[in-house]
Design a protein around this ligand. Structure first.
Ligand code: AGP
Length: 614
């Protein structure tokens, strides 16, 4: 989705803004632009271009062609108005003296636009953002107020979700930042300050950041940042130190971020798991939910989107099994429209890599409104979901840049399993011996993942056999079904192959009619208890001419080879943990298939890393 970067200091802003935007490219965008104020020329210059950031960068000679030490930049993901130079941000007011970059949606833009047009204000773009620039200028002119006051008056009129970066040629030493329901981060430098929608955009310049809260307005000059609450009363911002390394957000010699992040999984798993197992017990850091409260919980409700939802699906199987209390899983986008049965005895577990997914955020707020306690499993530190939850468990996966999630998925799953084990111990619902043996196995997961990653040749070979297929089915039962959902999503999102996941038992209720000579079916049979059933489904598929690529454990590899066309095996582990290993070959399979099809793996078409619109 859209990205914002802003800079005010003593250096030329152009190259800094373009570099910041390049680090936001992974979020997905269709056009880019910058607005820089030149003290020399005493004017704002705005440059925008549809398409890749490189187009803008070439136009501006890497930023050298724009003069000025203060500016804002933007990568746009079109909502109102098609991708075009005109609709790109920054959007400017009619005099050209106010420039605005915006993430989110101004819901009442049509009404405001009509009002301004009635006042004779001409519009040039189809965007909702232009309304903001024009409205601020309208208040400056008609009410004869300064830019900050005009921003305040405009905010009282606009509705929706927004992060805004505003500069004005009449007060050219400051950037005004506004946040409501869309993330915005302040970066504190030395003689310079920054604004960004994502810390990756500014981490090369500063590690000292402040997370803006909803309704806050900030004024950035090169000498400091002053924040105000929604009543425009000054507030002190807490400054946090970002401790991950700059190269964590760089490719480091890998061709794609996705591959790098797949390979980083063992390390990410160590960070997520090892500090949370102490003396043979689960230890959850800064865990504030009381034992009394947890004992009173009568239902768990997991809400999330996409891959995070798939983690929740595995959670349903695993947590119900070890806790013996109902676990519901809901797509966050459905949750708030389904009148969910949630009360103060429901623990709602919100899962999100970015911590900014709008649907997930809305579900969190709805659950809170209904009285639930919110525990979130989040990767991005300081993100909105983390801050609005009663309890956060961070996944510590490090920055995930590829749109297709890999290490965030694995660590979410690890943390959810740890939470389940913690609760099982507390509630006494799991035999002690099994509890300890799962924990021992969890400590072995990173090394077992390394084994899979060091033996990728088979997976690459199967990708070469099947990359030309146009349609693929993933089948499995129980956790293998939930795992299939993720394998299928991974494949379709980066390779553009039509792919669906089904519970194997459902095949005969309809889907089997699609199986014909050569149809590829990825059959997941890692769960030993249901291995025979998995074999029967494979036979069913083969009888209709389907080509079966199977995934199972080493123990069952030989047996599987007698029937399936191809077999990928994973090391043995405790059944609760099988998907943690099983997902790795599926990620690699999707990656190699997409590579062989020549797809844009890190930035698949139409997708964004963090989905901050409904
Ligand atoms: C997965 O590869 C996706 N890119 C997507 O489904 C993602 O998991 C989903 O948008 C949820 O994002 P979140 O975890 O940041 O909330």
């Amino acid at each position: 989705m859209c990205g914002i970067v802003g800079y005010v200091g003593n250096e030329q802003a152009g190259p800094i803004l373009l570099d910041g935007l390049s680090r936001l490219e992974y979020r997905g965008y269709d056009s880019a632009g910058v607005a820089v104020y030149s003290q020399r020329d005493q004017r704002l210059s705005v440059h925008k271009a549809k398409g890749r950031l490189q187009v803008l960068s070439d136009m501006l000679q890497g930023g050298a062609a724009v003069d000025g030490t203060i500016g804002v930049g933007h990568t746009r993901w079109a909502t109102h108005g098609a991708p075009s130079d005109i609709n790109s941000h920054p959007q400017v007011s009619r005099s050209g003296r106010i420039a605005v970059v915006h993430n989110g949606i101004i819901e009442n833009y049509a009404e405001l636009k009509a009002f301004l047009q009635d006042q004779g204000v001409p519009f040039t773009s189809e965007t909702d953002t232009e309304v903001v620039a024009q409205l601020i200028e309208y208040f400056c002119e008609t009410d004869k107020v300064g830019i900050l006051e005009a921003v305040g008056r405009s905010l009282r009129r606009i509705q929706g979700a927004y992060a805004l970066g505003i500069i004005c040629a009449d007060e050219p030493d400051q950037i005004i930042a506004v946040r409501k329901d869309s993330p915005l981060i302040l970066g504190y430098g030395n003689g310079c300050n920054f604004l960004a929608s994502d810390v990756t955009a500014i981490i090369r310049h500063t590690r000292e950041v402040g997370y803006m809260d909803d309704g806050e307005v900030a004024v950035l000059t090169k000498d400091g940042i002053q924040c105000y609450n929604h009543l425009m009363q000054p507030v002190e911002k807490e400054i946090s130190h970002v401790d991950w390394e700059v190269d964590a957000a760089e490719k480091g010699g890998y061709e794609h971020f996705m591959f790098k992040e797949i390979m980083e999984q063992p390390e990410a798993m160590r960070r997520a798991i090892f500090p949370r197992i102490r003396d043979g017990e689960v230890f959850l850091e800064d865990f504030a939910l009381t034992e009394d409260y947890l004992r009173s919980v009568h239902k768990l409700y997991i809400v999330a989107c996409g891959s995070s939802y798939h983690v929740g699906m595995i959670g349903k199987y695993n947590l119900e099994r070890i806790l013996r209390i109902p676990v519901e899983v809901s797509l966050a986008s459905e949750f708030r429209y389904m009148d969910p049965i949630v009360d103060d005895k429901t623990l709602v577990i919100v899962i999100s890599q970015s911590g900014e997914t709008l649907d997930t955020m809305a579900a969190l707020r709805e659950a809170k409104r209904l009285g639930a306690t919110i525990l979130s499993i989040v990767n991005v530190v300081g993100s909105s979901i983390a801050r609005e939850s009663d309890q956060v468990l961070y996944t510590w996966a490090g920055p995930e840049i590829a749109v297709a999630t890999t290490k965030a998925y694995s660590t979410q799953l690890a943390v959810l399993n740890l939470l389940g084990l913690y609760l099982a111990r507390l509630l006494g619902t799991m035999p002690e011996e099994e509890y300890h043996s799962v924990l021992e196995e969890m400590l072995l997961l990173p090394a077992k993942m390394e084994e899979i990653l060091s033996d990728k040749d088979d997976i690459q070979y199967y990708a070469s056999q099947y990359f030309n297929h146009n349609s693929v089915f993933f089948i499995g039962r129980n956790v293998d079904y939930a795992l299939g959902l993720e394998g299928s999503l991974k494949l379709k999102e980066i390779s553009y192959i039509h792919s669906e996941a089904y519970a194997s038992g459902e095949l005969k209720h309809g889907t089997i009619s699609l199986i014909e000579e050569g149809t590829l079916v990825v059959a997941l049979g890692t769960y030993a208890k249901l291995f025979e059933k998995a074999m029967s489904n494979i036979v069913e598929v083969k009888a209709r001419g389907g080509d079966v690529l199977a995934l199972t454990t080493r123990t069952h590899g030989e047996e599987m080879r007698k029937t399936a066309n191809g077999v990928i095996t994973i090391p043995e582990t405790h059944p609760l943990l099988l998907p943690s290993l099983g997902v790795v070959p599926l990620q690699l399979f999707a990656y190699y298939v997409a590579l062989m099809r020549g797809c844009d793996i890190d930035k698949p078409r139409n997708l964004a890393k963090s989905v901050t619109v409904e």
